[in-house]
Every structure is written in C-alpha cells, then in structure tokens.
Design a protein around this ligand. Structure first.
Ligand SMILES: NC(=O)C1=CN([C@@H]2O[C@H](COP(=O)(O)OP(=O)(O)OC[C@H]3O[C@@H](n4cnc5c(N)ncnc54)[C@H](O)[C@@H]3O)[C@@H](O)[C@H]2O)C=CC1
Ligand SMILES: CC(C)CC(=O)C(=O)O
Ligand SMILES: [Mg+2]
Length: 355
C-alpha cells in the first residue's frame, strides 16, 4: 500500500511526524513517501502544489496531510498561496466527501468549553461537501462595481453554486453513514435566503425518500450554529455544504475539547482518500513542540479504516489514544488541573507505547 505523506507548513511537519511514528510502530506493509506541499513547496519550487507532489498523490492509495498556510504568504497572488495546495488536491482527486467526526472522549469531558453534561458521550459526524460551493464557484474576482449602492467602487465577488448531482452524491454518503449510526440526518442549509441552498434542501428531501429508515430534518445554518452549542447531542449526522461545513466543524471541535482532537477523511468515489486534521497550520504555536498531534494520529486511523482496509489497526490506534488520555497525558490545548502536560513528541511516543 502506497501512502503519500504531505506535511506542509507550520505545525504540519510536527504532527505528521507523530502520525508516521504511530503507523511505523504498527509494522504494516505500508510504503510511505513524502513530498513538499503548501508554503514549503512554494519556497522550494515556486508552486504550492508542484506537479511531482500531485502525481505522487494521484498514484497513492491514500494521502496523509498535515496543514498548509502561513500569514507571510497572505500577500501572494491567490494561485500561489499555500491554501491552494489543499484546495487543488481536493479538486484534482475529486475528494467530495469530507467526514469530520466530533467525538468527546470521556476523559476530555471537562476540557470542553461547554458544561460537561452537554458534551459527555457526544458522537456526531459532520459530512461536508468538499469540492463545490463558494470555495470553487466561478466567476470570482475584483472589478469596478457595475451597480449597487456604490457603482464604480472597487468590488470583490465570489459565486456560490451547486449542481443537482453534486448534492445527490453527498446526500447518499450522508444517508448511508446514518444507516450505520443512529439513523438521523440533519441537512444544514440557508434555503430561506439562497437559491443554491433551496436546491440543496429540495435534493436532500428527494434523496432522503430513498432511505425511509433514516429520519431527515432540515435546519438553517444560523440555527445549527446555535444548536451545536445549546444541545449538541441532538445531532447524529450533519450534512452540509463546503463553507458551512468548514465553519460548523471548527465550532464542533470545541465540543470535543480542542480543534487538536478533530480528525478528518476526504474521500472520492473510488474510496481513495486524503486524511488530515480539521485544523490549519497554527503558525502561532509552530516550532514550539506543543501542538496536539492526536487529530492527525486519529486521521491516520481513519486512513487505515477507509482506504487501506485495516480496521483492526485503526481500532488499535483509537484504543491507544483513549489509553493515553486515560493516563492523564495532555498537550496544552486540552490540559486541565490534575492532568500531566506533555509536548507533541511525548504525546506521539505515549500513543506508540499504548498500541
Ligand atoms: N487544511 C489546511 O491545511 C488548513 C489550513 N489553514 C491555514 O492555516 C493557517 C492558520 O489558520 P488559523 O485560522 O489560525 O487556524 P488554525 O486551525 O491553524 O488555528 C486556530 C487556533 O487553533 C490552534 N490549533 C490548531 N491546531 C492545533 C493543534 N493541533 N494543537 C493545539 N492547538 C491547535 C492554533 O494554535 C490557533 O490558536 C492559515 O494560513 C489558514 O489558511 C486553515 C485551515 C485548514
Ligand atoms: C482551504 C482550507 C484553508 C479550508 C479549511 O479551513 C478547511 O478545509 O478546514
Ligand atoms: Mg477549516
């Protein structure tokens, strides 16, 4: 099995190193090959997603990704910014289905910023459409405003769009995921304002009819953002578009204690996948050895499960993570009184020892 390892920027290399350590310790028949991506690739070759990196990703059974981005690239033209690497990989590989499970481990019930009773036992799955919506819609750009309140003023615009097949396929993914869980899907939209999300809602309703065993409800995104902190356990599977899913999954991460706990899998229709933590490159803590590597390690577990057919190994990693949390080991983002503060590498070592 061939795995492309793309560490990227900021804390990316630090957390990916720990996930690789865990994979190595499992002694599976995996062939790992690294390549530069994001700002690191831009520095090396002038492009955030060099052709060789893209080819490696395409030729691999799965991709283990860290994160890309740094404030210092914010003034670069957009096509050369590090974030274009992850957007480009998602598009080029057709990775339309993004799974972001928000699970509150019982040991971290008190690490959440919400009351323990609201998050204890929490297990929700956010399914985010990943290759459409306003992140990819054309046209986009800057121009002189042709009309509106300030005609002639400098204007920027993006386009939100979804086609019926794009909504259908992510709908099927969500309903089939719900069939294996509590059989409830909440489709999050903004159909009261946006045509794009009226189509989304209509298509989700139609797809839902093919899954009579799954209960579907619809919620506007503003309400969903509120309900996620009011009563998060009311949700099972949440399916939504690219931008709403991006925002809601960061919000949901805090229900689990930290964004450093939220893994993700991005799959295409061939079940080829890219696995990355839900967070970014965290330039504010990069190089300090304090980043939480667990989201990346748990993403590696998802990789073993979804792309490599190694369910037992995936469970082994998840059990090891639970064990280190039970031992009281905490990176600073999930630290609370009475637990033991550790750094990125110590956390990775502890997971290896707990396998
Ligand atoms: N898939 C990707 O590669 C993504 C890249 N980005 C990029 O990352 C850069 C930073 O963006 P931000 O908005 O700051 O989001 P971020 O997710 O990198 O960081 C937000 C906050 O969470 C903390 N944090 C994130 N991961 C952590 C971890 N593993 N352990 C402990 N604390 C952690 C950070 O220190 C920061 O305070 C930007 O350039 C952004 O575009 C953002 C999201 C996704
Ligand atoms: C392109 C990324 C920076 C978007 C993002 O925040 C994410 O995928 O979570
Ligand atoms: Mg995000």
């Amino acid at each position: 099995m061939k795995i492309a390892v793309l560490p990227g920027d900021g804390i990316g290399p630090e957390i990916v190193a720990e996930a690789v350590k865990v994979l190595d310790a499992l002694k599976l028949d995996l062939h790992l090959q690294s390549a530069p991506v994001g700002g690191a690739a831009y520095e090396a070759s002038g492009h955030p997603l060099p052709p060789a990196t893209l080819e490696l990703a395409k030729a691999s059974d799965a991709i283990l990704f860290g994160a890309v981005g740094d404030w210092k690239y914010d003034t670069l033209e957009r096509a050369l910014r590090p974030e274009q690497a992850i957007l480009g990989l998602r598009k080029a590989l057709g990775l339309f289905a993004n799974f972001r499970p928000a699970i509150c481990y019982k040991e971290l019930t008190h690490a959440s910023s919400l009351k323990p009773e609201l998050v204890s036992g929490l297990d929700i799955l956010i399914i985010r459409e990943l290759t459409g919506d306003i992140y990819f819609g054309q046209p986009r750009g800057r121009r002189s405003a042709p009309d509106g309140h300030f005609p002639g003023a400098e204007e920027a615009f993006d386009t939100m769009r979804y086609t019926r097949p794009e909504i259908e396929r992510i709908g099927h993914v969500a309903f089939q995921a719900a069939q294996k869980r509590s059989k409830r899907v909440t489709s999050v939209d903004k159909a009261n304002v946006l045509e794009t999300f009226q189509l989304w809602k209509d298509v989700m309703t139609e797809v839902g009819k093919q899954y009579p065993d799954v209960q579907l409800d619809h919620m506007y995104v503003d309400n969903a953002a509120m309900q996620l902190v009011k009563e998060p356990k009311r949700f099972d599977v949440v399916v939504t578009g690219n931008m709403f899913g991006d925002i809601l999954s960061d919000e949901a991460s805090m229900l689990t204690g930290s964004i450093g706990m939220l893994p993700s899998a991005s799959l295409n229709d061939k079940k080829q996948g890219l696995y990355e933590p839900s967070h970014g490159s965290a330039p504010d803590i990069a190089g300090k050895g304090v980043a939480n590597p667990l989201a990346t390690i748990l993403s590696a577990a998802m990789m073993l499960r979804f792309s490599l057919g190694q369910e037992a190994a995936a469970q082994k990693i998840e059990a090891a993570v639970q064990k280190v949390l039970a031992q009281g080991l905490r990176t600073p983002d999930i630290y609370s009184e009475g637990t033991t503060k550790v750094g990125t590498q110590q956390m990775g070592d502890a997971v290896v020892a707990a396998l």
